[in-house]
Design a protein around this ligand. Sequence first.
Ligand code: PNS
Length: 173
Amino acid sequence: MKKIVAIYPGSFDPVTNGHLDLIQRGSKLFDELIVAIARNPDKGSALFELEERKEMLRAMTANWPNVTIDSFEGLLVTYVVSKNANVVLRGIRAVSDYEFELQMALMNRKLDQRVETIFMLPAEKYSYLSSRIVREIAYFGGPLTGFVPELVEQRLREKVSSKQASVPVLQSK
Ligand code: PNS
C-alpha cells in the first residue's frame, strides 16, 4: 500500500495544546507526519525565533516516532513536493477558520494538482485556542495552564519578561 506522508504546516508561535492534539491525531492516521514551521515574511516579526519554535515542538513530540519537525521557506506546495509528501494537514477549529482554510487549500491545489489538503478537528476544548491568544495572555501575565505545555509556558514567561513592552502579541494567528 502507498505510504502517506503528511505535512502539517503552520507558524507555531508558539505550539499550543490544540496543535499537539492535532499532531497526535495526525500521527495515528498517517505513516509519517512532518510538522513544518513556515518562515512567512507576511507575518511580521514572530515572538519566538524559528530555532526556539523548533526546539519546543521537538520536545513536545519526542514520544511520537513517526512525527518529525522541520521548517520551510517559500511556497508550501514546493516544500510538500520536495518531501515526496501527498497530503497537507490543517486543523479547523470553528466556522471562522473555514473561509481562509478553503481559500488556501483550493489555491494550493491550483498551484499543484498533486497536493491534497485534509482537515481535522481538534478536541472541542481547544476550539477557542490560538497562538495569538496565548501570546496575549502571557503578555498580560494571565494563566496558561491547559493551553500550552509547561515547557512552553516557561518559555513564554521568559520571553515576555525579556521583551516587556515590545512583544508583538497581537500579530498573526
Ligand atoms: O499557522 P498559520 O499561520 O495559520 O499557517 C499559515 C501557513 C504558514 C500554513 C501559510 O501561510 C503558508 O502555507 N505559507 C507558505 C507560503 C504559501 O505557500 N502561501 C500560499 C498559500 S495558498
